[in-house]
Design a protein around this ligand. Structure first.
Ligand code: AMP
Length: 283
């Protein structure tokens, strides 16, 4: 596995791979690699002959009061995990190599970003759309795998790719969960044992929504309200948002139609740690 830090060197390698008719797959991460990230690598390797993994804690997608500076950066461990997973190139640039002195161009996706995560974290998706586009231009992939764990992010990336005519196949990968249902996340290490146990309410909320829809209750707004109450009634937990969106347009939906697919989006705090989760729900 080759470790690259310079964008121009990564571009030159990617260009050469393309000339040699290699199918390039990319998986983008902020590091602190875990089973979720590695499942994306595995999925990408099913299609791509060459796998590029990017590790970049992107400053522009963090809000002022968020955890940019204390985000975990266990680089040596990440290198070992990436090597063991059969990654061909690890692209891990410094921030000033990506955002050069006179940098002033951004990518913004207007509608999908207005609700839920976008509403709670102003500027977040502008940072995401910009870095993902930049990393596409640096790694020149044919395919890219992103996790459904960040469902709204995946929706934004699909829009950017379609709207800007990027010739890249986007593949969504299922959420990898711990045994207790908690979605695996780099931030889970910050949870105390009590907070981790309490956080299982997120996964239980998905079960509750599935049960309510199986009972033919199509009032999604009421189900979201029930879930909010359940989360807020759990020790140390506070709901940040709960809602349903149309699976394709990502527009908020209050009433379900039989047979249609929706996505339940959840964000909450367990103690001071913010966690997100989601699930596809069929009415
Ligand atoms: P991050 O390092 O948190 O920015 O995540 C990098 C990629 O891994 C994103 O596409 C995430 O959606 C994905 N990812 C993170 N956690 C999981 C998980 N538990 N299951 C599947 N994919 C995940």
């Amino acid at each position: 596995m080759q470790i690259i830090t310079e964008p121009s060197q990564m571009q030159a390698i990617a260009e050469k791979l393309r000339l040699n008719r290699q199918c390039i797959g990319v998986v983008m991460t902020m590091g602190a690699l875990h089973e979720g990230h590695l499942s994306l690598v595995k999925l990408a390797q099913q299609t791509a002959g060459t796998l590029i993994l990017t590790i970049f804690v992107n400053p522009t997608q963090f809000g002022l009061n968020e955890d940019l500076h204390k985000y975990p950066r266990p680089f040596d461990k990440d290198v070992a995990l990436a090597k063991a997973a059969g990654v061909d190139y690890l692209f891990a640039p410094e921030a000033d190599a990506i955002y050069t002195k006179h940098y002033q161009t951004t990518v913004e996706c207007s509608e999908v970003t207005k609700v839920f995560e976008g509403e709670k974290r102003p500027g977040h998706f502008k940072g995401v759309a910009t870095i993902v586009t930049k990393l596409f231009n640096i790694t020149k992939p044919h395919i890219a795998v992103f996790g459904e764990k960040d469902a709204q992010q995946l929706a934004v990336i699909r829009r950017v790719v379609e709207d800007l005519n990027l010739d890249i196949k986007i593949i969504g990968a299922p959420i990898v969960r711990e045994q207790n249902g908690l979605a695996v996340s780099s931030r889970n290490i910050y949870l105390s044992t009590e907070e981790r146990d309490a956080a299982t309410i997120l996964y239980n909320s998905i079960g509750h929504a599935e049960k309510r829809l199986a009972e033919h209750d199509h009032n999604l707004a009421a189900i979201a309200e029930e879930i909010t109450l359940m989360i807020n009634a759990t020790t140390g937990c506070r709901s940040d948002y709960t809602g349903f969106v149309d699976e394709t347009t990502f527009e908020p939906v209050k009433t379900a139609e039989t047979g249609k697919e929706y996505r339940l989006l959840l964000a909450m705090y367990s103690g001071t740690i913010r966690l997100i989760d989601n699930a596809k729900i069929i009415a």
